[in-house]
Design a protein around this ligand. Structure first.
Ligand code: N2P
Length: 362
């Protein structure tokens, strides 16, 4: 699933300048496990443009590179709340929609929500969207809790319950802004709160269950859940469903389920943007337009188990994906989802400190 054609670190050292004039290459930096097999080869076959593809698993890591400038990337996919402040910081250039023959395929309802993060959607085209929830191994949970029906964040946030799962392994996303918003929401607070007292209370809650958590990482749990090396993962929906599919394929007796807890959770949108200093903006527009093709968007959704905001792709979705409530949630569940807005830089510093303390058990 992963494809790292050329190390962008090497490219960063030597610079892209010699390639800048010729738009026969595009440097794409995307989330890991987030594209269908063969899509990049198909793009190259159709356009003659070679794709340098590299992956990340953290908004914070991506943002550090973008804010520093000179990343060398042509297309990147931050989540909405991060995109919002990156636009404000001048990270992105405007997208020339007249170059996108397939822009009409974008789901208009979602686009109007996303416009709250980028006025007029001038700098973004949405790639995919999803939720954070709980992935778990039904057998291991049933053995320890007497039931495989999980419907609450209590599984993690009530230390007396989490302690029973410590031996089989709990993994949590290493994603401070997202995970803390989930904790705020669980505690009945505004998930977007920047109140220091709220941050302290949420940090305390996590510290209280820290000892039960095996690790914080934002992609390792896909393999670990599928192999039975962890029994619970607080993760991204599609990654957990990929893990479920991997276990089924391996026929290894591992049964994985994804649940959106009834207290509600975060819904995020990953948005394609072209950095202001992108060396190949023409090629970037072509890549974005390619992703918007109905058959490509559908192939991505079918392969990675994330929802795509592409109306024309809907008829092409596999029924097991289209009808999966973990991918395309019901209206009732949608009403329990909240959207994250951009944090101020000041709050972010407190959040980073709190998160480091939680992870290191201080
Ligand atoms: C893919 C994770 C994508 C979702 N591995 C994060 N927004």
């Amino acid at each position: 699933m992963k494809r790292t054609a050329l190390s962008l670190c090497v490219a960063g050292v030597f610079g892209w300048s010699s390639l800048a004039a010729a738009e026969d290459v595009v440097n794409v930096y995307n989330w890991s496990d987030y594209i269908s097999e063969g899509a990049l080869e198909q793009f190259t076959a159709e356009t003659g443009i070679k794709v340098n593809y590299d992956v990340y698993d953290s908004n914070e890591a991506l943002e550090a590179k973008l804010m520093a400038g000179g990343s060398g990337y042509d297309v990147v996919m931050p989540s909405n709340s991060f995109f919002e402040r990156q636009v404000k910081a001048g990270v992105f250039q405007k997208i020339d929609k007249s170059k996108l023959a397939n822009i009409g395929n974008v789901d208009a309802t979602l686009a109007s929500q996303i416009a709250l993060h980028d006025a007029g959607n001038q700098h973004n085209v949405p790639y995919a969207w999803g939720t954070i929830g709980i992935g778990y191994n039904t057998k291991m949970i049933e053995e320890r809790l007497g039931t495989a029906d999980v419907d609450s964040w209590d599984l993690l946030f009530k230390p007396e319950i989490a302690a029973k799962l410590k031996d089989c392994g709990i993994a949590v996303l290493d994603s401070p802004a997202e995970v803390m918003s989930v904790v705020n929401n669980y505690l009945g607070q505004d998930p977007n709160s920047e109140d220091t007292k709220v941050l302290e209370a949420s940090a305390e809650l996590l510290k209280g269950t820290r000892d039960n958590i095996k690790y914080f990482h934002s992609s390792q749990y896909i393999g670990d859940l599928a192999n039975g090396d962890v029994c619970v993962a607080v993760g991204y929906n599609g990654d957990i469903l990929q893990s479920q599919a991997r276990a089924e394929e391996a026929d290894n007796g591992v049964d994985i389920r994804y649940v959106i807890p009834n207290e509600g959770t975060l819904v995020w949108f990953d948005l394609m943007g072209i950095p202001a200093d992108a060396p190949h903006p023409e090629a970037a527009h072509k890549f974005i337009d390619f992703i918007l093709k109905p058959e490509i968007a559908a192939a991505i959704s079918n392969y990675v188990w994330y929802a795509v905001p592409n109306t024309a792709a809907e008829p092409l979705l596999d029924p097991e994906v289209a009808e999966n409530k973990g991918v395309y949630p019901t209206q009732e569940v949608k009403e329990k989802l909240y959207v994250q807005v951009a944090h101020t830089a000041r709050f972010d510093r407190s959040l980073t400190r709190a998160w480091t303390n939680i992870k290191t058990g201080r």
